[in-house]
Unconditional design. Structure first.
Length: 277
């Protein structure tokens, strides 16, 4: 039996004669909107500026066209793939009483027998076929992504920022170590707080100082590394404070206790609170 939160097919019966269906291929510079209008022989395809109001005006025109054809619209559904504009656009449309769904891109089956042409027009046709199958309650057409609230999206940012900063720190440390090895300098800890001030004291195996251009580059990289470390500390401090002030229900107190006892790290505790629970 399907669960109430199953996103692999629609739980609402589709009445196609009273449902206006649209899909949007979201691009950076333009959006391509395709519609399925009850009572109309044509299937409109409209290229729009990346503007939600433009989408709303197109949907209103198609609704009026269906009404003129004797098919009053009781339900209006729109779908598009997850991307830069996916979640905010879905929330914006839902606030205007339009059913909006975000399709998990990897869930749409694509023929693999031969090389497939790739255009926005063909993409909208593929989206429409997958979305229609989903609306009919048929499995294996596509799956939808749960649309987070703005607060839920924001709660995930510290964890993801910490991960990116950690990757940037590792990249800079590896770059500095590689530069030292190219110079033949070993045993120097590039992660030290005073490493930049000690660069002029270093000598290559030939007894020469670090060349001026390399010296300037190393100083800039160490300045960036220092800034990244400070940002990591600031993010960790803010996350610790948020974790301590999290609602005292569910598993939050237990997670905080484990984090303090170092049974799990702050990273894991924060991720469990904001991204799992």
């Amino acid at each position: 039996m399907a669960q109430s939160n199953d996103l692999s097919f629609c739980l609402t019966a589709l009445e196609q004669d009273s449902t206006l269906i649209a899909v949007i291929e979201l691009g950076l510079r333009s959006w391509l909107v395709a519609g399925l209008i009850p009572g109309a022989s044509r299937q409109p395809l409209k290229k729009l500026d990346p503007d939600a109001q433009e989408v709303l005006r197109a949907l209103d025109r198609w609704r009026d066209e269906a009404v003129k054809a004797g098919r009053p619209i009781k339900r209006l559904v729109v779908a598009f793939e997850a991307g830069r504009d996916g979640f905010w656009l879905a929330r914006w449309l839902r606030a205007r009483e339009i059913e909006a769904y975000v399709i998990h891109a990897s869930s749409i089956p694509v023929p693999r027998e031969h090389r497939r042409a790739k255009t926005d027009r063909l993409d909208t046709q593929l989206l429409m076929r997958a979305f229609l199958g989903w609306l009919r309650g048929e499995r294996k057409h596509c799956s939808m992504v749960a649309i987070p609230t703005l607060a839920e999206e924001d709660a995930k940012r510290p964890s993801r920022e910490h991960e990116k900063l950690g990757g940037e720190r590792s990249r800079l440390v590896n770059k500095l170590k590689a530069a030292m090895i190219r110079l033949g300098i070993r045993g120097f800890n590039v992660k030290l707080g005073q490493a930049a001030e000690r660069l002029e004291e270093l000598r290559t195996p030939e007894g020469l100082p670090i060349p001026p251009h390399m010296l300037e580059e190393l100083r800039r990289d160490m300045a960036r590394l220092k800034l990244v470390k400070e940002q990591i500390k600031a993010v960790a401090k803010a996350r610790q404070q948020r974790l301590e002030h999290a609602p005292q229900d569910s598993l939050h107190p237990m997670l905080l206790m484990l984090a303090k006892l170092k049974s799990i790290g702050l990273e894991t505790a924060d991720m469990l609170v904001h991204e799992v629970l």
